[in-house]
Design a protein around this ligand. Sequence first.
Ligand code: SAM
Ligand code: SF4
Ligand code: SF4
Length: 345
Amino acid sequence: MNEAAKYQTTDTLDRSIRDLRVSVTDRCNFRCIYCMPREIFGTGYKFVPRNDLLKLEEIARITRLFAGHGVRKVRITGGEPMIRRNLERLIEMLRDIDGVTDISMTTNASMLTLKRAQSLRAAGLNRINISLDAIDEQTFQRINDVDFPVAKVLEGIDNAHAAGFDTMKVNAVIRRGYNEHSILPLAQHFYGTGIVLRFIEFMDVGTTNKWNLEEVISAAELVEIIDKEMPIESLQPNYSGEVAKRWRYSDGGGEVGFITSVTQSFCGDCSRARLSAVGKVYTCLFAATGQDLRGMLRAGASDEELSRLIGRIWSQREDRYSELRGQIPVTTETPPRVEMSHIGG
Ligand code: SAM
Ligand code: SF4
Ligand code: SF4
């Protein structure tokens, strides 16, 4: 059935639904200190049992129904998505969905061998974003907290490039007191490579990373630090709703981006829905609860019934957390927010 643009679903703030982020697992081989801190996600932490994870066919079916409401881009994430078995099979299924024009993946690149990069490409993956928060061994290992060597991530980037992923982005979360000394070395490393480095402001996602505003290095500060040593100038966005602010090196060394989730919100045109590994739909990165699709799906609901629920979830959406950040008092009654490793950023 052709699901492409069957409905033009918009939310209460007239925002369409264009992007679906699909978390394929809540597990990860890293314990990044700002995402899955070891003291919480270490021994004894209960990850989702395998049977509770959406099956690949279930993910594809839900994605197809989302495409019917306007989704065009799908991003595969996690946890670490490359841990999930038969990921290539999922990508093949997603590629065949009418209306889906772009499939990307965010990964820590620790498992990105040349063979895997090639098979992901052959399956239909269009783009890869790689997370790398430091270029020096000591800082990187302090952040990933599993002694994972930086050279292996750089090898993963090379492998992706060799497999034909030629428009790669590298994302770096900068947290004051941990890796601000990595800003310039990262910029220097990716300067002139064609890879777009994007700095992400440390966000108050979830409840386990002990976020506080003092640890956020604003994009304005990041721009200043880079501009002083490597002059940059701002660029127009590629399209409306683009999350990263685009800049380029004035001498032609390429582009660099800044994701200003904390200091300049971009809720106004946020077109992203998130599907967790257990089949819950979240309409905001900072949501406390998601709406369960898996229960209904496994109880035998028809496509029409599921699609109606998706339409209802989106049309009732009123999220704009980043715009309101600071105005919402946090109290003991405030429900805990979903963790990043469940919905994948
Ligand atoms: N494991 C994969 C990876 O690291 O690329 C995919 C999932 S990870 C949750 C997705 C992205 O979220 C990563 O780029 C990570 O750096 C980012 N992230 C996680 N916690 C964050 C936080 N508190 N603030 C900003 N970005 C965060
Ligand atoms: Fe794993 Fe990605 Fe979270 Fe790091 S940021 S712990 S690699 S899910
Ligand atoms: Fe979208 Fe929520 Fe982020 Fe605003 S805070 S941009 S609504 S995910």
